[in-house]
Design a protein around this ligand. Structure first.
Ligand SMILES: Cc1ncc(COP(=O)(O)O)c(C=O)c1O
Length: 378
């Protein structure tokens, strides 16, 4: 893509700013796309992280088969932008029938079920409309959020019953090992990825014995994705956060600081005490999400030094909406008006909080990127 010759520098823009470094993001996209291709997996990135049509196109250009979305509102934005394969990996109620039918007119659309009652509801809707809704059975692989738990329920019977409902076309099984974020070691993350694969593959095999076709085994989270890429039996990976990475991915050993494509640029606006300074990025920018990782991740993001690693003397101790209160534990050369770069704890929520990100190459501004599908909670 071509950019206008005279674009400002990031220094010319007022803070707080959510900045996406284009070369870093492109490297993240390429690394995941290459791993998926090398492992023979389809890549369906979760667009909840960026919610951007521009970034979705880069993912599709890099080989993604389609997108995963959290809510129909997000899917509607991407369908309108021409993305032709969308999966809402959320337990939708049939009250969404008219919107789902409209999405099915625009793209190949699929969703998940983990309740027979809901599956029957969708079956009735689709039979009445003379349509076939592609569904995957959501399996709980340990996060204990949604999904049928094969250790507790007759999962084989459940999948078989869903497969026999008219108006539904069972595609396969889907899980999200979000408990990988609570892992305390690399080997625990590897174990979670392997256990997720074993659970789904064994369930699929047991279901196939009953004559039910299971085409798709869709797994994914960013911490496990590169491991799952090389495991057999899996057909699809759905990482989301990998496009940006964040302090949590660094804490989990999944990314380096230099892989963190999304950063918040903030300015010192007040230095009311020797051991305290105030930045202009509060919870409305950084969000109040804590960090995760194998070690301690105190505070609301990592303030980087000139070498691009966290400055241990600066702790973002407290946030109010517009202020970050930074505790200084050593001498600091920062003065009012100085700018700092922060790697947030959780990049997905930061992107959802701003209407526009700035796409940059180092200090050079390339363009302003709207967060097209932000705030679409239904
Ligand atoms: C159902 C589902 N699939 C995939 C993902 C992507 O996971 P991650 O953000 O770790 O890449 C998420 C994230 O919340 C999710 O909820």
């Amino acid at each position: 893509m071509r950019y206008p010759v005279q674009m400002p520098s990031l220094r010319d823009l007022q803070t707080p700013l959510v900045v996406i470094d284009a070369p870093t993001m492109q490297r993240n996209l390429a690394r995941m796309a290459e791993a998926a291709a090398a492992g023979g997996k389809r890549l369906r990135p979760h667009a909840k992280t960026h919610k951007s049509v521009w970034i979705a196109r880069r993912q599709l250009d890099a080989g993604a088969v389609g997108l995963c979305c959290a809510k129909p509102g997000e899917a509607e934005i991407f369908a309108a932008a021409g993305v032709d394969d969308l999966r809402v990996a959320y337990p939708l109620s049939p009250t969404y029938a008219s919107r789902v039918l409209a999405l099915m007119d625009r793209c190949r659309f699929s969703t998940i079920v983990d309740s027979l009652e809901v599956a029957r509801g969708w079956s009735d809707v689709m039979v009445a409309a003379g349509r076939q809704l592609e569904v995957l059975v959501k399996v709980d692989s340990g996060l204990h959020r949604c999904g049928i738990d094969p250790l507790q329920h007759d999962a084989v019977g459940f999948v078989e019953q869903v497969s026999r409902l008219p108006g539904l076309s069972l595609q396969g099984l889907l899980s999200h090992p979000g408990h990988s974020y609570g892992a305390t070691s690399r080997s625990e993350i590897e174990g979670i990825a392997r256990d997720e694969r074993a659970l789904l593959v064994e369930l699929a095999d047991a279901v196939r014995v009953r004559g039910v076709e299971v085409r798709e085994i869709s797994v994914g989270s960013t911490p496990t994705a590169l491991i799952s890429a090389s495991l057999d039996g899996i057909t699809e990976l759905r990482p989301g956060n990998y496009v940006f990475h964040d302090r949590t991915q660094v804490g989990l050993g999944v990314a380096r600081w230099s892989d963190c494509a999304l950063r918040v640029h903030a300015s010192v606006v007040s230095m009311p005490a020797a051991d305290r300074l105030i930045l202009d990025a509060g919870s409305k920018v950084l969000s109040s999400d804590g960090g995760r990782g194998f070690g301690e991740t105190p505070g609301y993001g990592a303030v980087l030094n000139e070498r691009g690693s966290p400055d241990p003397s600066l702790l973002i101790e407290r946030l109010s909406e517009e202020h970050a209160v930074v505790r200084l534990s050593g001498p600091s050369s920062l003065r009012i008006g100085d700018r700092v770069t922060i790697v947030p704890n959780h990049a997905c929520v930061v992107a959802n909080l701003t209407s526009t990100c700035v796409l940059a190459d180092g200090e050079q501004v390339l363009e302003r990127l709207p967060v097209d599908a932000r705030g679409l909670v239904n």
